[in-house]
Design a protein around this ligand. Structure first.
Ligand code: HEM
Length: 414
């Protein structure tokens, strides 16, 4: 008896307990690789959890569409989104688009995110990383690595890339936490249901980005906001929803995710002191460490796909009109894909994890994320001599983007 049920995939509290979450993923991959879930309060869906199976589905985007059911949301939230925004996901970002239109939209910013262009940002990102680690010095040897440092740094980078001024950062950080943490009562706005909360947060996003669009159309700059404000995908005007969705994904996709890999990567080094020592002694392992930290933390736990024609997988038939949850969280620890999948190994050479997804929607910002994490740990080891926990880490209770949200630490400077 495992004590698990497939429906727990939708239970936010499961994600607040990382050990139990991994036990659940193990059970799912082993016993129910293609599982039917029908949790109360959600529309039913399939769950696919093995690495090879997710890749198989992601390679067939014409059968497994990205939109319109993009992530797991409670029915009242979906209903409120449809009523107010016309689409279940509330916004209409790249992640909910398909086919030629998705390609044309992605092409507007794709060049910007290519490794050769991201590399040009290396020294600017290193400066931000150094400045954020230097902030730790002001906190007299202790801080919350998540809330004081790691959440702010990728946000600064995302805002710099978009072209948003520094004084608006705190507002964006709060809105992003509110958006992704809507199921967590600690995050939700007081007195609002989850649906009301999400609607209120999205309205704040709309007001914020409408002002940016007007500004960039009148005064173009060298930033991603200008590419979005003036972009004509396939030669046609973008709809207001598409433009908002584009801003929201570029503004939000990169910070809670990257922050979760930084904080979770640090936690993994503390839990495995021999790996910490190895990294300090061999800084040339930084790149494989960063990729392992991303595999280990898999901050994006899932995306959903919409089935357009019947498809059989491990003897189960997914019918046209069904929905399927791709469990990236489970796939990144699949023992069929990784030797010692449950060991954190900074020198893992073959590390083709699915934390960035796969296929046409593969994370646009993956090179940027890796560069940011690498710059952070490089700056960290250049300024900090020792680090130790100063209290237990606390994990976000959320089934979509989640990880450590609070990590008290003590440290000494070099
Ligand atoms: C899409 C993960 C950082 C921008 C995605 C997807 C995942 C993901 C799983 C969906 C892939 C799929 O459906 O197959 C992550 C993780 C990150 C990270 C784990 C950090 C460790 C970033 C950063 C940016 C970014 C820094 C910068 C803007 C995007 C965009 C998409 C995306 C725009 C949508 C791509 C599309 O649908 O065509 N990411 N991401 N991400 N990510 Fe990231």
């Amino acid at each position: 008896m495992s004590g698990f049920a497939v429906n727990q995939i939708a239970d936010p509290t499961l994600y607040g307990d990382p050990q139990r979450l991994q036990q659940f993923y193990d059970w799912l991959r082993r016993e129910h690789p293609v599982a039917w879930a029908d949790p109360e309060g959600f529309r039913p869906f399939w769950v696919v959890s093995r690495h090879a199976d997710i890749r198989e589905l992601e390679r067939q985007p014409e059968i497994f569409n990205a939109g319109p059911r993009m992530t797991l949301l409670p029915i009242p939230v979906e209903q409120a989104n449809v009523a107010i925004f016309g689409v279940e996901s509330g916004v209409f970002p790249l992640t909910a688009m398909d086919g030629a239109h998705h390609q044309a939209m992605r092409a507007l910013t794709q060049d910007f995110f290519l490794p050769k262009n991201i590399r040009k940002l290396e020294s600017a990102i290193a400066k931000h990383a150094t400045a954020f680690v230097a902030r730790m010095a002001q906190d007299e040897g202790s801080c919350d690595l998540a809330t004081d440092i790691a959440f702010w740094y990728p946000l600064r980078v995302a805002m710099a890339i978009l072209g948003i001024d520094e004084q608006d950062e705190a507002r964006m950080l709060r809105l992003t936490h509110e958006l992704f943490g809507a199921s967590d009562p600690a995050v939700r706005r007081p007195g609002l249901s989850e649906a009301e909360h999400i609607v209120a947060v999205k309205q704040d996003y709309i007001a914020f980005f409408d002002a940016i669009t007007r500004d960039r159309q009148a005064n173009p700059r060298e930033d991603v906001a200008t590419l979005i404000a003036t972009g004509m995908p396939g030669g046609a005007e973008m709809s207001a929803e598409e433009r908002l969705g584009y801003y929201v994904i570029v503004a939000t996709a990169g910070h809670d995710t990257t922050a979760a890999s930084i904080v979770g990567g640090m936690q993994a080094l503390l839990d495995n002191p021999e790996q910490m020592a190895l990294l300090k002694a061999h800084p040339e392992l930084m790149k494989t460490f960063v990729n392992e930290a991303i595999r280990w933390t898999a901050p994006v736990k899932h995306f959903m796909r919409n089935v357009t024609q019947d498809y059989t997988l491990h003897g189960q038939t997914l019918r046209a009109g069904d929905h399927v949850l791709l469990s990236f969280g489970a796939a990144t620890r699949d023992p069929e894909a990784f030797g010692d999948a449950d060991c954190f190994r900074i020198d893992r050479a073959l590390n083709n994890h699915l934390a960035f997804g796969h296929g046409p929607h593969t994370c646009l910002g993956q090179y940027l994320a890796k560069l940011e994490i690498e710059a952070f740990f490089t700056a960290f080891f250049a300024q900090i001599a020792t680090i130790a926990p100063a209290g237990p880490p606390i994990y976000t209770e959320g089934s979509f983007v989640s990880g450590i949200r609070s990590m008290p630490v003590r440290y000494s400077r070099l």
